[in-house]
Write a protein that binds this ligand. Sequence first.
Ligand SMILES: Cc1cc2cn([C@H]3C[C@H](O)[C@@H](CO)O3)c(=O)nc2[nH]1
Length: 223
Amino acid sequence: LFSSQPKHPFTVFVEGNIGSGKTTFLKHFEKFNDICLLTEPVERWRNLNGVNLFDLMYKNPERFAMPFQNYVTLTMLKLHIQETSKPIKLMERSMFSARYCFVEKMLSNGTLHEGMYHVLQEWYNFIHDHHHVQCDLIVYLRTSPEVAYERIKKRARDEESCVPFEYIKDLHELHENWLIHGQFFRPAQVLVLDANLDLENINSEYRRSELSVLKPIMIENTN
Ligand SMILES: Cc1cc2cn([C@H]3C[C@H](O)[C@@H](CO)O3)c(=O)nc2[nH]1
């Protein structure tokens, strides 16, 4: 179905709740030119031929959760199969968080009808059976729901203005079930970072993650 990629770069997914600091974390790695950085394609979700599916999903979830998650899956798959000559590929989220966190949440709160849910599951299974989605490490930016929610309020994205704390709390539980308790398939080992730390104190966590993210290009000390 998909042309087999010549080689697989060391691929890292950065996962975490809304407001867990993923964009800031990825910015920290901009200085390494051996890393292909792929941020979440929110701008595509905001403008599909002039339609803001992202906004519609929050404003009218019963009608737009399905087309939104459908489109998210397509845009994430494009990033998964995007080739790079660089040795490391760092992606913000993945098809897996779409499947095991957001789609699960929308099924449980009834904004995805079970028929819509099963269509998405069939796509995920088909893709999984026909294309090897490379993943070598998951970095989990672990926050408390309270800290994540405070940051969402501070960042104040228009489309997220009506997101209630309960939604963030439920998404937190889904991330914990997946990445800590292994309730769903984890494509690689999980490095958990304390993302509650604020900017002044999080550098030690970033440096700890560098050891794992940059491992493939670390100059092995020969002596
Ligand atoms: C893979 C994936 C990312 C993603 C983000 N989102 C939402 C959560 C945030 O409000 C915004 C940006 O992450 O998009 C979603 O509803 N479903 C998603 N699925």
